[in-house]
Write a protein that binds this ligand. Structure first.
Ligand code: DC
Length: 203
């Protein structure tokens, strides 16, 4: 059985945490598609041409521990605005989405471009201030030297770039269910999402 859960939303909205929890709950495979763009961004910072990096990408390149820095996030958002880079990463994501046994993908264009036929689409949002606070706490817990103001400025800049690019901008699919995590805790969001997905699993 192919069953796709498409989760989109801005940086630090809680979509990654939700995607991992849903995949564990239903026994589905999970792909954090932001890591693909981060891996290409990291290569660009090493001086490699982004399209060549996207074409040569391997599963081993997707180590979250190495890719969760502010510099890599910024580079990812830049390479993600290039249509040829997005195109090079398309087939892998589509095949992952329709693999048998179920898949959860989180990103910016999963419900709109990668898998418009997804059985369940969720669009997760939260205020920029709350998202910056969450990301700031994660980054300092990982030992990075950043201030909350820097993280908020970065979140705003990335939102602007991700929402206003010409190719596959961040937006909710018309049939996506919107959830705002500004005040709702992850447990409440997870409970709602589990119920939505379960109601759409055949049989
Ligand atoms: O979710 P993230 O912060 O790891 O994503 C890093 C960047 O990659 C983000 O600024 C936008 C881009 N991205 C994208 O354009 N499309 C996706 N499906 C996932 C991420």
């Amino acid at each position: 059985m192919a069953y796709t859960v498409a989760i989109d939303g801005p940086a630090a909205s809680g979509k990654g945490t939700l995607a991992r929890a849903l995949a564990a709950h239903f026994g589905f495979a999970h792909l954090d598609t932001g890591l693909l763009y981060r891996a290409v961004g990291a290569r660009m910072l090493d001086g490699i041409e982004p399209l060549a990096a996207a074409r040569a990408l391997r599963a081993d390149d997707l180590d979250p521990a190495l890719l969760r820095t502010q510099a890599v996030a910024e580079a990812a958002s830049k390479v993600a605005a290039r249509p040829e880079v997005r195109q090079a990463l398309l087939d892998f994501q589509r095949a992952f989405a329709r693999r048998s046994g179920g898949a959860v993908l989180d990103g910016r264009d999963i419900g709109t471009v990668i898998c418009p036929e997804a059985e369940t689409k969720l669009f997760i949002t939260a205020s920029a201030e709350v998202r910056a606070r969450r990301r700031f706490l994660e980054l300092i817990a990982a030992g990075q030297a950043v201030t909350e103001a820097e993280v908020l400025a970065d979140v705003r800049q990335r939102d602007d770039r991700d929402m206003n690019r010409a190719d596959a901008p961040l937006r909710a699919a018309d049939d996506a269910v919107r959830m705002d995590t500004t005040e709702m805790g992850i447990d409440a969001v997870l409970e709602q999402a589990v119920a939505l997905i379960a109601a759409r699993i055949p049989g």
